[in-house]
Design a protein around this ligand. Structure first.
Ligand code: HEM
Length: 417
């Protein structure tokens, strides 16, 4: 959405619901009302920004279509990224400035990239990390237990758990974990569509420090590999080897994509469960329900609200012909409340039978590589929190983060007892 702000604001004043969502922080507090206005216009509707879909069927079709690419285009990048890219080799070598990670790569390059990273980041490896996730959550809650009064659950827990987990998976030494928390915030900031040049440059400073650390980290693990994700990535060889640039891009993606999304899942979950206390109590009685509860949170308040695809050739969705080059906006958060798929979609129900049909992890070739890990962090993170503080409740007004793509809380005041 590289359109000038003035264009967006004009479109918003004319009543374009999507332009309002992207433009107006107040409107984003409750995007779902605007989604319904878009839905009333049909499965594919034309807005100021081109076609947009709120339909689950169309969203799934676009994400799975081989006529739809990620459309990553340097010339469309925010000004500071273009500026940084022009600085040339130094940045290019470290991949600081929006490195071409798999998320912004189309097949066939994407296929190779994803296969190699997927080989190191397997469902089995994820499952094996369950005890570590639990230990990490418990250690954070031990620290919290000593605190009285109202605590910010995002700062003290939800924002820390995902970064500490990924730092462990990436074999980051304990004395660099604090740095990793800062870099995680920086990496995540660069993922948002609405980042200002000032914030981008601040984030970039953090990322430079991270890439400097990673250069040494890769060299150490190449010389003396362990049983961790990074060791598996840096020791791929021959045709399979990932370039230095691809390695940097991958770790930054794992950190950014794994952090900024999971923090939102945890925060959104606590706010929804607090508002539906009976359902939270039922989960405390029967923890087997946590898997379903996490799916319902992902559906009802999706951490990634939107994505987009660019058509590489003419295509048709829901009978609407779209020419090559069109950028289609896919409102994942709206697709997840499509009444054609989810009965009474605004209702939060942790026992909803088909909650798992949501598109919160996207679909097609870019389906979230970390979905298994995210689900693990969600179920374990929430279950441990509930065991430890069964009377925890929201105590104050949670403040939403002001982001366009992602949806979650900046601060979440809770009373633990
Ligand atoms: C891709 C959501 C957690 C790693 C994606 C996409 C979405 C998503 C929507 C695809 C975007 C698109 O199609 O344009 C989420 C949500 C999470 C989460 C909601 C948590 C609740 C994680 C975690 C990791 C991770 C924990 C790893 C540490 C990735 C990667 C991709 C990806 C590597 C790129 C896959 C590809 O391009 O082939 N995620 N994610 N994500 N995610 Fe996640």
């Amino acid at each position: 959405h590289g359109l000038p702000a003035v264009y967006l604001s004009r479109a918003a004043r004319r009543g374009d619901p999507l332009a309002r969502l992207l433009r107006d922080p107040a409107a984003r507090q409750d995007p779902y009302a605007l989604h319904e206005r878009l839905r009333d216009r049909g499965p594919v509707t034309a807005g100021a920004l081109g076609p947009v879909t709120t339909s689950h069927a169309v969203a799934a079709a676009v994400l799975r279509s081989d006529a739809a690419g990620v459309g990553w285009d340097r010339s469309q990048a925010p000004a500071p990224i273009r500026w940084a890219l022009r600085l040339g080799d130094e940045l290019d070598a470290t991949g600081v400035a929006e490195p071409p990670s798999m998320l912004v790569t189309d097949p066939p390059d994407h296929t190779r990239f994803r296969r190699l990273v997927g080989r190191a980041f397997t469902p089995r490896a994820t499952l094996a990390s369950a005890p570590m996730v639990r230990r990490t959550a418990e250690a954070l809650l031990d620290d919290l237990a000593g605190r009285d009064g109202v605590v910010d659950l995002v700062g003290a827990y939800a924002a820390q758990l995902p970064v500490l987990v990924i730092a462990d998976l990436l074999a980051v030494p304990a004395d660099r974990r604090e740095d990793f928390l800062r870099w995680g915030a920086a990496a995540a900031a660069t993922l948002d569509a609405g980042l200002s040049p000032r914030r981008y440059l601040a984030a970039e400073r953090g990322l430079r420090a991270m890439h400097a650390f990673l250069r040494g980290h890769f060299a150490r693990l190449r010389a003396d590999p362990g049983d961790d994700l990074v060791s598996r990535l840096v020791t791929l060889d021959g045709d399979e080897a990932l370039s230095e640039r691809e390695l940097h891009a991958t770790v930054m993606l794992l950190l950014g994509a794994g952090f900024e999304t999971t923090v939102n899942l945890l925060g959104n979950a606590v706010v929804l469960l607090d508002a539906h206390r009976d359902q939270w109590d039922a989960l405390r009685e029967d923890p087997a329900g946590w898997d379903g509860a996490v799916e319902e949170v992902l559906r009802a308040d999706s951490p990634v609200q939107l994505t987009g695809r660019s058509l590489t050739r003419d295509a048709e969705f829901a009978g609407v012909p779209l020419p090559a080059g069109t950028r289609v906006t896919v409102l994942l958060g709206a697709a997840n409340r499509d009444p054609a798929v989810f009965a009474d979609p605004a209702r939060f129900d942790v026992t909803r039978p088909n909650a798992r049909d949501h598109l919160a992890f996207s679909g097609g070739v870019h389906y979230c590589l970390g979905a298994g890990l995210a689900r693990l962090e969600g179920t374990v993170g929430l279950q441990v929190l509930t065991e430890r503080f069964p009377r925890l409740r929201v105590a104050g007004t949670p403040v939403r983060r002001d982001l366009r793509t992602l949806r979650g809380f900046e601060t979440l005041p809770v009373a633990l007892r």
